[in-house]
Design a protein around this ligand. Structure first.
Ligand code: PLP
Length: 224
């Protein structure tokens, strides 16, 4: 799809929700080559990758880039060091252990690492993210870690055509974010939700960051 069409659809979805605030656009470049994705840097706010190794190769290959790269896929502890080096944000923080690991690395690198907490709002067992039940425990812990900067929450909506379920999932993430703002006093501006098939619903439910792959870059060889 043409980028202009996607931007039109974003604007239409925003006006339906009476929104005029900024919605960040993450171009999800996983499984696509540098040649194929390069044009997008003029239109998007970030690239999103879900594997550390693939991202590292791509970023090296890419050369100077107008936007930074976010990790949106599950992070294994043994890849955490590399991830800290190449990503401007880890959007998939989903355990206390990983939070400790990232914080220790951030102390070592003498930097503050931006993160989002990923929540499994759909209840689908194959999805990553902390459960809503365990979210507050992770939240309470993350805010004590001085070298992590929590900027908000992230979720992947359910794989279904049932619109009600998709709304519920995104509504849950928005509610958790609002509760977390009250509990912590932090701004938590980022509610990262909405992909190619459900970004309009996500915008309706308050998303401030959408992650678009297929619509922007075409089908991937293998879906992830
Ligand atoms: C692949 C992926 C996306 C993009 O999905 P599309 O349906 O291709 O837009 C967004 N978020 C995450 C976490 C992903 O893994």
């Amino acid at each position: 799809m043409q980028i202009s069409e996607i931007l039109d659809r974003i604007n239409t979805a925003k006006s339906k929700a009476f929104r005029t605030d900024k919605i960040f656009f993450v171009g999800v470049s996983k499984n696509h080559s540098v040649d194929k994705i390069k044009f997008a840097e003029n239109y998007i706010d970030f690239f999103g990758e879900n594997r550390v190794q693939e991202a590292q190769n791509k970023i090296l290959n890419y050369g100077p880039c107008k936007v930074s790269w976010r990790l949106i896929g599950h992070l294994q502890q043994n890849k955490a060091r590399k991830a800290m080096e190449i990503f401007s944000s880890i959007d998939s923080l989903d355990s206390i252990e990983l939070a400790n690991k990232l914080n220790n690395l951030a102390i070592e690198f003498n930097k503050i690492m931006p993160v989002l907490i990923e929540v499994n709002t759909s209840g689908e067992i194959n999805k990553s993210g902390i459960t809503p039940e365990n979210f507050y425990k992770l939240l309470d812990h993350v805010v004590t870690l001085e070298n992590l900067k929590l900027n908000g929450l992230m979720t992947v909506g359910p794989l279904t055509d049932d619109d009600t379920k998709i709304h519920k999932s995104f509504e849950l993430l928005r509610n958790l974010t609002e509760q977390a703002r009250i509990k912590t006093g932090l701004e938590l501006p980022i509610i990262s939700m909405g992909m190619s098939d459900d970004f309009e619903t996500a915008i309706y439910e308050g998303s401030t960051m959408i992650r678009i792959g297929t619509l922007l870059f075409g089908e991937r060889d293998y879906k992830k």
